[in-house]
Design a protein. Structure first.
Length: 118
């Protein structure tokens, strides 16, 4: 009787071992699939990072060019402001001389007696 029980138990153990092996294979396949997907996501993230890095480099170069252009424009604006100021000073000087001439001319003509018409 003991032999029959051992024989039946052996078959059950084989089924259990086969089920466990099948379960392990299935779990291994799932893990391998997850690993592949993870590697694909990692590669995609690397490509996105490289693309972002390139965009950043281009933006930094553009910023440097814009700063240089802004500096040139500021220097030109200062030069134009100085020229404009010099022109204003020159015009004010001319106006002052003209006013002086007018005042002197008015003062001279008022001191001359005009003949009366009577």
């Amino acid at each position: 009787m003991m032999m029959a029980v051992i024989g039946i138990g052996g078959k059950q153990e084989k089924r259990t071992a086969a089920a466990a092996e099948s379960e392990l294979k299935k779990r291994n396949e799932e893990l391998e699939k997850a690993l592949r997907e993870s590697k694909e996501r990692e590669e995609q993230m690397k490509r996105q990072l490289q693309s972002a890095w390139e965009r950043l480099r281009v933006a930094e170069e553009a910023e440097e060019r814009l700063c240089s252009q802004l500096g040139d424009l500021e220097a030109e604006a200062v030069h134009q402001a100085r020229d404009y100021h010099a022109r204003i000073v020159s015009l004010m000087d001319q106006l002052s001389r003209a006013q002086t001439l007018l005042l002197n001319s008015n003062a001279s003509s008022s001191s001359i007696a005009l003949p009366s018409s009577s």
